[in-house]
Design a protein around this ligand. Sequence first.
Ligand code: ADP
Ligand code: NI
Length: 213
Amino acid sequence: MASELIERAIKYVREKFENEFSGHDFFHTLRVYKTATHIAREENADVETVQLAALLHDVDDRKISPETYLQQANARGFLRTNGVDDERAEAICKIIRQISFGANSTAPDTLEGMCVQDADRLDAIGAIGIARAFAYGGNHNRHMYHPDIKPNLNMTKEEYVKSESTTINHFYEKLFKLTAMMNTEAAGRIARRREAYMREFVSEFMDEWEGNK
Ligand code: ADP
Ligand code: NI
């Protein structure tokens, strides 16, 4: 059972993301929260800290809330209003900064941060990851696949942001690399299973594309 504080945090993010239809909607947050909880228990991390950081990880996202992201005003406001002491609130905000700002630049320096980062990355792979990738591709008018557009495995950050690559290429350019980036053993196990499922999907996709099946 979730504590009363966690129940309030769930309600808070549900309201916050009510009109958000990007890849970072309420259900993304809820999945990250559930997966992060699972990982935290296996890794013996502080479960409630992980849960709060997971639930609040996108409420000050630069794309979603540009006016609050620098000061993390939404996360801080929620934590203060709900009686979380300053030291703990600061630890939670630090986890959120480490997993979001500048994407891969800062590795989390606490076990709790590692659990949340792993859960956030796990949401990009497996069946959900496949669905999110094609939803993203549809939104951005990308080809699902194009035989003349090859994956670019060594893109700089600028190239990655500007890239007009296909959705199938995204699997090679990003999604298949995530397993090796997991911080925790528990997440590594989940990632390996999800990656195998995605590889099978891509292989099936190519067979059908070529009329082999
Ligand atoms: P995050 O901020 O969590 O790294 P992104 O905004 O990069 O997330 O991506 C959100 C979702 O959209 C993820 O599931 C990701 O795999 C997918 N996505 C991002 N870029 C692409 C792309 N070029 N092609 C297909 N899917 C993408
Ligand atoms: Ni996220």
